[in-house]
Design a protein around this ligand. Structure first.
Ligand code: IPE
Ligand code: IPE
Ligand code: MG
Length: 291
């Protein structure tokens, strides 16, 4: 494991936690150094063209565990380690937003034992792991009303304690589905029309975006799904209108820094045309470069 060139590089960097020795908490908070880090020499990614927002559907925890003869909840536990790893790495790279699909509206239909295990895991991992150590600001999107009071308190405390952090914004999609979010936004908009503060004719795309719970984040340029399925599962439908999609068979607990680099590298080879022709896009970039 340790002779991977990237890991050697990590160990040399004083600002990067390589293990669990650096405990989280304000006192031991590490300075955030956005965009000053370099990718490993063997990773073919361009630091100047990183996505500012990466969204991930973290799938495959259950199958990861079952393949090892373990109960599904062990897979969720292992998944927390991957969350920690990927959050640190995105933070180190200077990515501005990382949105993780943690628990969907539809996941409420799972067996109660599994739902409970996930919620318990959330409470223990939100407090201890991943957030303060890299100047990470944590936000939750989703239907909080369905969460148990102790889970709600935990995320609210965490949001409050990390709200002044200036590094990566980690968005946890919890009890979240895109149709729920859009429906909720429609209610807000309808209320404004009813109150007479908004004219139906004035409703545009920005009105809708502003009324979504995720209004504070830019659209993700890159959407990653692990675990082999090629579907969106009710995630960020509005926001992913023009995102680049990346699917990998790797189960979430096995998704590591190298896998993240592969996804970013793949993204950087895409031509984002936004409806234009390739020639137009090339001309536009040429123009930008000469300015
Ligand atoms: C994703 O892993 C995590 C959650 C949905 C909470 P799964 O639990 O869906 O794992 P698989 O897809 O069954 O392997
Ligand atoms: C999507 O995973 C939700 C999360 C990763 C939290 P699922 O495993 O629940 O997705 P489907 O139902 O198989 O599409
Ligand atoms: Mg799944």
């Amino acid at each position: 494991h340790h002779d991977h060139p990237y890991l050697r590089l990590l160990e040399k960097m004083p600002c990067v936690p390589t293990g669990r020795t650096l405990k989280t908490g304000r006192q031991t908070m590490l300075p955030h150094t956005p965009l000053t880090s370099t990718p490993p020499e063997n990773a073919m990614i361009d630091n100047q063209r990183l996505p500012q927002h990466i969204a991930i559907i973290m799938d495959g925890n259950g199958r990861w565990a079952q393949a090892r003869g373990m109960v599904r909840s062990k897979g969720h536990q292992a998944g927390v380690e991957a969350v920690d790893k990927i959050t640190s790495e995105c933070s180190r790279l200077g990515i501005r937003f990382l949105t993780l699909y943690t628990f969907s509206t539809e996941n409420w239909n799972r067996p109660p034992e599994e739902v409970n295990a996930i919620m318990q895991l959330l409470i223990t991992s939100l407090v201890e792991e991943t957030f303060m150590k890299n100047n990470v600001r944590m936000r939750v999107i989703g239907d909080r009303e369905r969460l148990a009071p102790e889970v709600r308190k935990c995320i609210e405390d965490c949001e409050k304690h990390t709200s002044e952090n200036t590094g990566l914004t980690l968005v946890i999609a919890l009890s979240y589905s895109s149709r729920w979010e859009i429906t909720d936004a429609m209610k807000h908009i309808a209320q404004k029309v009813k109150d007479g503060t908004l004219e139906p004719d004035d409703i545009n795309e920005q009105t809708i975006a502003e009324n979504l719970e995720s209004h504070f984040m830019p659209d993700p340029e890159l959407l990653i799904r692990t675990g082999g399925e090629q579907r969106i599962s009710n995630y960020l439908l509005w926001q992913c209108a023009y995102s680049e999609l990346y699917f990998t068979d790797i189960f979430w607990p096995d998704f590591d820094e190298k896998a993240l680099y592969n996804a970013i590298e793949d993204y950087q080879h895409r031509e984002r045309r936004f409806g234009k022709t390739s020639a137009q896009v090339k001309a536009d970039t040429g123009l930008q470069q000469t300015v």
